[in-house]
Design a protein around this ligand. Structure first.
Ligand code: 13P
Length: 213
């Protein structure tokens, strides 16, 4: 089996999304890119039944290289993102707050500095049916200059230089959606950061990591 380690990483990421309550049933999908190949979760397989062998390998045109099962219906979306960004890993989920906020706005207001983790205000890609090239196009556009996006009437997506990084961003995306929804539910105007504050936070968050004293 080729790319066994990376295929196992896809299984682990899918099961982690499930453990964290970010997906219901077989919703969502995960992929990792290795040079000109993509390992992607198969379509409609229960995450607890997933094994590395069931994760297919495709080329960047979508041709199967080694795949036992039909790939995720969002293969076109994952490929479009790999073609238009330098992502090395992608996670897509239907977490409740991310999905709910995508029903009511076109952008997550930059009201919490965690938005800076995504490179700026997180966009909501316009609606398109799941599994379509139109959805792939819309989401790839919404991700330009960002490491996360919401998908209107659908869910959320994060990308990263590695699959681990993409996966680690998902709970933060869900968190900022959750607090935005709670703030909106008060009926009070939600305070957003100024352009200047946003620019500062985007730079500041890059340095937020463990360092010597
Ligand atoms: P797949 O099981 O085909 O990956 O579909 C799930 C999904 O979330 C579609 O957007």
């Amino acid at each position: 089996m080729i790319l066994e380690e990376q295929r196992q990483a896809v299984v682990d990421a899918c099961q982690e999304m499930q453990r964290k309550g970010l997906v219901v049933g077989t919703a969502g999908n995960v992929s990792v890119r290795v040079d000109d190949k993509v390992c992607i979760s198969p379509s409609a397989v229960e995450y607890e039944d997933l094994t590395a062998e069931l994760v297919g390998v495709h080329d960047l045109d979508g041709n199967a290289v080694e795949a036992q099962l039909k790939p995720s219906s969002e293969l076109p979306l994952h490929l479009a993102v790999y073609h238009s960004t330098d992502a090395g890993g992608i996670t897509h989920n239907h977490a409740p707050a991310s999905t709910a906020l995508g029903l009511v706005c076109d952008e997550i207001a930059f009201s919490h500095y965690y938005s800076a983790m995504f490179g700026g205000p997180v966009r909501v890609s316009p609606y398109a049916d799941f599994g379509t090239d139109q959805l792939a196009h819309n989401v790839a556009e919404a991700l330009q200059g960002r490491s996360g996006a919401l998908m209107s009437n659908h869910g959320a997506i994060t990308i990263g230089p590695t699959l681990d990084k993409a996966l680690s961003l998902l709970p933060y995306l869900e968190y900022i959606c959750e607090i935005q929804l709670r703030a909106m539910a008060t009926g009070q105007p939600v305070k957003v950061l100024t352009e200047e504050q946003i620019a500062f936070q985007i730079e500041a968050i890059k340095g937020y990591k463990p360092a010597k004293a």
